[in-house]
Design a protein around this ligand. Structure first.
Ligand code: ZN
Length: 362
């Protein structure tokens, strides 16, 4: 009888050596020997002794069924994370580098030495969350420059700056678990911020309503599956702020940078200033010099604008469905150059059939 032996080699428990690799996920599969024989395949056939030719035929059938068994076994999910301990930089926390062999995605996880064990338990949760986020926003997770995460016990922790690395902190409480602050960090803020990591990878500089609307919409779906109360509370807060706003929401102006009026006025003559007061269309000739303090970003009605942007994405999903939204997102990632509100509205119309203009007259 022909047996086929499959063996997965993992070196669990050696992660203090440097460098090292371990795989986590479906650990029941680790070092398990799977034997596939004619007895446990559905292709079992009665063997007769009448003919040597017939026996040869049975052996060949068994062999072909065993091959089918191999492909089934290899489809076991989750045994796909490869984790390496990287060399720690001076004055920084220890860091793990995770590669998801299923998607090619890579991310870094820092940790306080005191919370090393709990950090390992969250690494596969992060892989699952990131895969979901990437699917929701139609991005290839293997191409995203995911933000790093630090599991820390000190709420005043400030990550050192390493080049362009963005690092989010997850607070571990005194019992060594996620307390309520850590739960919000990990299940609500992290998914939201990782949507910004996707945007930063493929299309930086998107208008605020789009980047925050997408981050709330996709992030909260990931939150919802793990901490439904948290997601519902956030949705209720945003909906309340949006529905109770007095005055215009002006979504397209959100985050727009303008020069402070006084920075402009201090550089004109008294005659020009007098003319500006009576004629709003008058623009005195430059040049003008501005310092960084002279600029102001429109951050008014922030919570209501988060709420309005989320409502816009939720309306699109209800009216057009997720697949059409994904096709809109793909078009956004692939577009050339910077996209302003008008360009995003036009792509939305093309891919979802919905005109978003009314949302920008509120
Ligand atoms: Zn955001």
């Amino acid at each position: 009888m022909k047996n086929l032996i499959l063996k997965e080699q993992h070196s669990i428990g050696s992660y203090r050596k440097q460098p090292f690799f371990i795989s986590i996920g479906n650990l029941s599969f680790v070092n398990k020997t799977i034997a596939i024989s004619a007895k446990n395949t559905r292709c079992r056939r009665p063997i007769t002794v009448f003919s040597g030719i017939f026996i040869l035929l049975v052996i060949s059938l068994v062999s072909s069924c065993a091959t089918k068994g191999v492909s089934f076994v290899q489809e076991q999910p989750n045994a796909t994370l490869k984790i390496a301990q990287l060399r720690t930089q001076t004055d920084d926390l220890p860091v793990l580098r995770t590669v998801d062999l299923m998607t090619g995605m890579v991310y870094r996880t820092y940790y306080d030495a005191a919370v090393e064990e709990v950090t390992h338990t969250f690494i596969s949760d992060m892989a699952a969350m990131y895969r979901e986020l990437a699917h929701l926003v139609a991005a290839d997770p293997g191409l995203v420059e995911w933000a790093a995460v630090a599991f820390i016990k000190d709420s005043a922790y400030v990550p050192p700056r390493h080049g362009r690395e963005v690092r989010w902190s997850i607070l571990i409480d005194n019992s060594g678990q996620l307390g309520s602050a850590g739960i919000t960090d990990f299940y609500q803020i992290l998914p939201h911020e990782q949507v910004h990591a996707v945007q930063g990878t493929f299309k930086p500089g998107l208008p605020r309503w789009f980047s925050e609307g997408m981050a709330e919409w996709a992030g909260l779906q990931v939150t919802q599956r793990r901490q439904p109360d948290l997601a519902e509370r956030r949705r209720a807060d945003l909906r309340h702020a949006y529905e109770s706003i007095n005055g215009p929401l002006d979504l397209s102006a959100w985050g727009g940078v303008t020069v402070k009026r006084e920075a402009f006025l201090r550089q004109v003559t008294s005659e020009q200033r007098a003319r500006i007061e009576v004629d709003s269309t008058y623009s005195p000739p430059g040049p003008f010099n501005f310092s960084p303090d002279d600029f102001i970003s429109d951050e008014s009605n922030t919570l209501a604008r988060y709420g309005g942007s989320l409502a816009l994405f939720e309306m699109l999903e209800a009216a057009a469905g997720h697949e059409k939204m994904r096709s809109w997102f793909r078009a956004v990632w692939q577009a050339d150059g910077r996209l302003n509100t008008e360009a995003l509205i036009s792509l939305a119309n093309e891919h979802t059939g919905i005109d978003l203009h009314p949302w920008f007259n509120r």
